[in-house]
Design a binder for this molecule. Structure first.
Ligand SMILES: Cc1cc2nc3c(=O)[nH]c(=O)nc-3n(C[C@H](O)[C@H](O)[C@H](O)COP(=O)(O)OP(=O)(O)OC[C@H]3O[C@@H](n4cnc5c(N)ncnc54)[C@H](O)[C@@H]3O)c2cc1C
Ligand SMILES: NC(=O)c1ccc[n+]([C@@H]2O[C@H](COP(=O)([O-])OP(=O)(O)OC[C@H]3O[C@@H](n4cnc5c(N)ncnc54)[C@H](O)[C@@H]3O)[C@@H](O)[C@H]2O)c1
Length: 468
């Protein structure tokens, strides 16, 4: 029986464990905190639960236009209830995952794991385990999967104190909503929290080191979000790199490298993550982490060392739960001799959970504009969609990209309150190399937001497609 040891019980680790158990391997997962990992306990799941509450409040914006009047005007936020729900749901989901993997026969140990091979280059490996209770011990492994995830990056001059200077894992311990939140870093994490706190009624200043929010996302989508921020009174400080964040009598002062100072009651640091690869004994097996401390892997999750695989955020490959899970599963299929297709990152659908949401799949507009990928494109504002008009939705669009000659769909972007759900037909088309004709000839419900996707397909159909 193949002995598999998995370091870390996040999506990469626990999904891998499920696959390995299904293939009758002897599987042990060692997880420091709880199954589900940082994804379930402190990052993805808590943030999306918090965002669900902010979304309920965001939905109130258009009520008056629809003729619905709130008796008491102001819609308040009961933060202890919100925080209690966030934490409760995370703990419950972690327990569900633990129960599931144990039911499949996986051994779960709460504790720390690190390699302890006597020398690099051996055919099998050893993992030292320091359990949270009991004595340390060593596990022998035919295959080890490193799935240790990542931790919020700390700027030396802005160390979180859990009170006024916060990382995103400390937010749910706040006793009340900040009066004025400075969010430092305008990547996906920063944009999501800036949007959520804005909708919770908090004054927010988003500090962006670049000329816009979401520098790595679709520029038109980022522009929509900036427009919404402007309407809600949220400021974006651009070309603004934070050097330090200091506590003041009233809250915090964010000192920028160009001398500007932003005063706020609280600062939320969202300046990226660092992989948890420093203290896991990688040198014992002869793995030298690459730039930024990430472990280099190929498309079937192999590291440079036989018998050692890595998956998820510790590899730095598209830091998404869905990608982490797939890398973990692929690692196990490969290690256990199953036929497996290498991971295809071009087909990954992703969503930024702002209000409105921004969902993307496939080739980006930037790759098309730069000439890297030839494609025909269409962008339909939601304002042209009948259902959007009925719902009073003004912000958003559907974009579709296809190959110039064949009409094969290669990508798309949706900006809408439910973009995370609407992206699926485009993702299906990209994954299965469907053409704009396939989308165009598919019945969508009338009236529906998804009607804009089939309409985009129709607008990209060419005359010669119709006559052939
Ligand atoms: C605020 C935020 C929101 C996000 N929202 C989304 C989203 O909506 N959708 C999405 O797809 N992705 C989202 N992500 C990204 C997603 O959370 C990560 O991609 C995902 O958690 C990666 O999974 P993982 O298994 O690699 O690592 P993790 O989930 O980080 O799990 C790794 C686990 O390993 C443990 N560990 C580390 N070292 C050891 C050791 N030596 N011994 C034992 N255990 C160890 C860690 O404590 C951790 O519990 C979000 C990220 C952030 C920061
Ligand atoms: N909805 C989701 O799927 C979701 C949500 C959150 C995070 N994630 C993933 O997690 C990963 C990390 O995202 P992230 O946003 O946490 O990190 P990031 O590294 O993408 O963004 C951090 C931003 O902070 C900026 N920054 C760094 N130092 C700064 C400073 N001193 N002052 C001002 N700005 C500074 C950087 O330029 C960068 O734009 C991404 O791959 C993302 O896709 C996904």
């Amino acid at each position: 029986m193949t002995k598999i040891v998995i370091m870390g019980g996040g999506p990469a680790g626990y999904e891998a464990a499920l696959v390995a158990a299904q293939h009758a391997a002897d599987v042990t997962v060692i997880e420091r905190h709880g199954l589900g990992g940082a994804c379930v306990l402190s990052d993805c799941v808590p943030s999306k639960t918090f965002i669900a509450s902010s979304g309920a409040r965001a939905a109130m914006h258009g009520l008056a236009e629809l003729g619905i009047v709130l008796d008491k005007g102001e819609v308040g936020v009961d933060l202890p209830t919100v925080n209690g729900r966030v934490k409760g749901l995370a703990v419950a989901q972690s327990a569900d995952i633990r129960a599931r993997v144990q039911r499949e026969g996986v051994r779960v140990i709460i504790g720390e794991a690190r390699f302890c091979d006597e020398e690099p280059g051996l055919a099998t490996h050893k993992v030292a385990v320091t359990p949270s209770s009991g004595d340390p011990f060593v596990l022998d492994a035919d295959v080890v999967l490193v799935a240790t995830g990542a931790t919020p990056r700390v700027l030396p001059g802005a160390v979180p104190d859990g009170e006024r200077i916060l990382d995103w894992r400390q937010l749910y311990d706040l006793p009340e909503l900040p009066e004025h939140l400075a969010v430092i870093g305008s990547g996906v994490t920063g944009a999501e929290f800036a949007s959520a706190y804005t909708e919770m009624g908090v004054k927010v200043t988003l500090v962006s080191s670049r000329d816009r929010v979401l520098p790595h996302e679709d520029a038109d989508a980022a522009a929509v979000l900036e427009e919404v921020f402007a309407q809600r009174g949220t400021s974006v400080a651009k070309h603004a790199r934070a050097e330090r964040v200091e506590r003041t009598e009233k809250g915090v002062a964010v000192k920028l490298t160009d001398g500007r100072i932003i005063e706020a009651s609280h600062a939320l640091m969202t300046v990226g993550s660092v992989p948890n690869t420093a203290d896991i004994g990688l040198e014992k097996v002869g793995i030298e982490p690459g730039p930024g401390g990430f472990i280099a892997v190929d498309r079937v999750s192999r590291t440079s060392v036989p018998g050692v695989y890595a998956a998820g955020d510790c590899t730095g490959v598209l830091m998404l739960a869905s990608v982490a899970s797939m890398q973990g599963r692929i690692a196990m299929w490969h290690a256990l001799g199953e036929g497996v297709a290498p991971i295809k990152l071009k087909t990954v659908a992703a969503n930024v959970f702002t209000h409105p949401e921004i969902a993307t799949v496939g080739i980006s507009q930037q790759a098309i504009d730069s000439g890297e990928v030839p494609a025909r494109t269409i962008m339909l504002p939601l304002a042209t969609n009948a259902r959007a008009k009925m719902e009073g939705l003004r912000h958003g669009f559907v974009k579709l990209f296809c190959r110039p000659a064949t009409g094969v769909v290669v990508g798309g972007v949706v900006v809408a309150p439910t973009a995370s759900e609407l992206i699926l037909p485009i993702a299906l088309a990209v994954q299965n190399q469907l053409t704009v004709d396939h989308l165009a000839l598919t019945f969508s419900v009338y009236p529906s937001l998804s009607g804009s996707i089939t309409e985009a397909g129709r607008q990209l159909m060419r005359h010669d497609d119709l006559v052939d």
